[in-house]
Design a protein around this ligand. Structure first.
Ligand SMILES: Nc1ncnc2c1ncn2[C@@H]1O[C@H](COP(=O)(O)OP(=O)(O)OP(=O)(O)O)[C@@H](O)[C@H]1O
Ligand SMILES: [Mg+2]
Length: 582
């Protein structure tokens, strides 16, 4: 039996605010249809989230499943499924692909997966729509898919948050029948948050929440007697006629001790107690048993599945793919426009003729100074332009990557997806993208503009600059509550690169070392420029900027690698944290 005791939840970060849930204790009947009802905003979804470990609960409360106290949400994996109020699936995948990937993430055995795919499609009535994209499904079909996703793990307990809301009466009945079938024929415990009070008579056990407190639990006939109603449609009118604490006090005084005794009996006797439906004899253990940790796919297998799914989604989202191709191949073209016929030839300052203090010598030096200033500004500009565009690509690669699918990720965690597999798949996918962009930018600009200097060092520096910005923005994406916030922060970070690098405008001296360690663009620029140390272009730069400190390529590479490692570590940590924002 799934039950909780004394759960109190307050709005995040505000210990003095009025509680959303106030010392709530409920128990759901095993192998039966349970309804969880109450007016909008009374705390039904919060109660379910608190029981699943998705909302922070104050000390003193606890959740039990089958008599065992749950100390970590991971202990519910494979045992309690949750179909949330909104649909969670990748719009560009088909129904079959969605279920197939979900199965790959939570079931290790390939033969079980194959059998379960057909079974789930049949049970939720989506077999004929298996090749439709999720984005083209109707509301009812989406709800069915949500249920189907839960059935991939085949949990013994299934919590459904308003899976019938907004559906036409026929679809609503079909989904309720489907759930009833799961309870009756497969012995599942179904907990259904439902707004349609006309359907209450079809449930074995009803829980009423009002103003953050439980005000009734029992059978349909008992509910009619307790609230003195014959038509359940009048329930909310009756509730609203009294303040919330009137109902909670009445319920506690009248039924609290009896219900507590019932809960203990259910825990210790299992399901075979009076008043509960008997367990179905014909249910195979494999169909209802929890997914033991050993039967989950390995982290490496989950990583492979996520990477394949990401690649498929990437190739299928034509708008995003076109944008990615445009910036990856278009940005280098924008750089070379400034030096289409290559870099100007410039002599060495040591070879200036004539030497000395004659008018001719001074004229030669002046001419060189003008040439050197032009060449130096062209070269530093070309390098900085490449670095800035690569940081922009980095932000685009990663800012929405985790924040944009956070709920899907959190949902998949409930069915056994390991945070390490998820974080690794994001780091590898965005990392490979960044490295390709860095290598392409370096090669293209180097060949067209005939940039002198060693290939390897220059490629490594620019690829590292792109990788570092990508993983720092991935860290934002793992920490922020929404993709919009992560994108905004990333764009600000890119926007600060040019002014705070100190390359175009010198920074006040007291700011240089405050900003420099954090500015990707400075290190990318310096590392690339220093790689040309043996060339006349570098001489022209030092001639024009004799007091500018330029980090050498190894130093710059080390700092950029440091940025990348810190970004990756924060992204990894951000994926371990729970962030259920719905
Ligand atoms: N993160 C949060 N911070 C502050 N208040 C919150 C938060 N989440 C929910 N609430 C508030 O808690 C109350 C209960 O919300 P909840 O989503 O549990 O209601 P509900 O009973 O599921 O409503 P509905 O039937 O409309 O889905 C609401 O007043 C809501 O505004
Ligand atoms: Mg709700």
């Amino acid at each position: 039996m799934l039950r909780c005791e004394n759960l109190t939840v307050r709005p995040a970060g505000d210990a003095s605010a009025a509680p959303i849930l106030n010392h709530v204790s409920v128990a759901f009947q095993p192998r039966a249809m349970n309804a969880l009802i109450g007016p909008s905003g009374c705390g039904k979804t919060t109660l379910v989230k608190a029981m699943l470990g998705l909302a922070p609960v104050e000390a003193g409360g606890g959740v039990w499943l089958g008599g065992e106290r749950i100390s970590r949400p991971e202990e519910l994996v494979g045992r309690v499924g949750f179909a949330p109020q909104f649909s969670i699936a990748q719009p560009k995948l088909t129904v079959e692909e969605t279920l197939r990937y979900a199965l790959e993430l939570c079931v290790a055995d390939t033969s079980v997966r194959a059998a379960r795919l057909g079974n789930v499609l049949g049970v939720v009535g989506l077999a004929e729509h298996r090749h439709k994209r999720v984005e083209s499904l109707s509301g009812g079909q989406l709800r069915r898919l949500g249920l189907g996703l839960e059935l991939t793990v085949d949990p013994p307990t299934l919590i459904c948050d308003e899976v019938t809301s907004g559906l036409d009466p026929i679809s609503e009945n079909q989904i309720l029948e489907l759930l009833r079938g799961l309870a009756e024929r497969r012995g599942k415990t179904i907990v259904c948050i439902i707004h349609n009070l006309a359907k209450l008579s079809g449930f074995e056990w009803i829980t009423v929440v009002y103003a953050g407190e439980v005000v009734f639990q029992g059978r349909y006939e008992a509910l009619q007697g307790y609230f003195a109603i014959t038509d359940p449609l009048h329930l909310y009118e009756i509730l609203n006629a009294q303040p919330g604490d009137y109902w909670s006090r009445r319920w506690r005084e009248a039924n609290g001790p009896a219900l507590a005794a019932d809960r203990e009996r259910w825990d210790t006797d299992g399901a075979a107690t009076a008043g509960e439906p008997p367990p179905s004899p014909h249910i195979p253990a494999a169909a209802t048993g929890p997914v033991a940790p050993g039967r989950l796919p390995s982290a490496a297998a989950q990583f492979g599945t996520l990477l394949r799914r990401k690649t498929r989604l990437f190739m299928r989202d034509h708008g995003y793919l076109s944008l990615m191709l445009a910036i990856t191949f278009g940005f280098p073209v924008m750089v070379v426009i400034f030096a289409l016929s290559g870099l100007p030839q410039i002599s060495s300052p040591s070879l200036l003729q004539p030497q000395g203090a004659s008018v001719e010598a001074i004229r030669a030096q002046l001419n060189y100074a003008i040439e050197a200033a032009k060449t130096s500004s062209l070269v530093t500009g070309l390098i900085m332009f490449q670095v800035i565009l690569l940081t922009l690509m980095g932000a685009n690669n990663a800012a929405r990557e985790i924040a944009g699918e956070r709920l899907l990720y959190e949902k998949e965690r409930l069915t056994g997806l390991r945070p390490s597999a998820y974080a690794a798949s994001k780091l590898v996918f965005t990392g490979l993208l960044a490295l390709f962009q860095g290598v392409w930018m370096t090669g293209f600009v180097k060949v067209i503009c005939v940039m002198p200097g060693p290939w390897l060092a220059q490629t490594a520096i620019l690829a590292l600059a792109c990788l570092a910005m990508t993983w720092v923005c991935l860290a934002f994406s793992a920490l922020m509550a929404s993709p919009e916030k992560a994108s905004t922060l990333s764009i600000y970070l890119v926007g600060f690169q040019l002014p705070l690098s100190g390359v175009v405008l010198a920074l006040p001296s007291y700011l240089v070392w405050v900003c420099r360690p954090f500015i990707n663009a400075y290190w990318g620029w310096a590392g690339y420029l220093y790689s040309m140390e043996q060339t006349r272009l570098y001489d022209a730069f030092t001639y024009t900027n004799p007091n500018t400190w330029v980090a050498d390529t190894a130093q710059a590479g080390a700092v950029l690698a440091g940025h990348a490692v810190i970004g990756a570590a924060i992204a990894w940590w951000g994926c371990q944290r729970r962030r259920w924002t719905a």
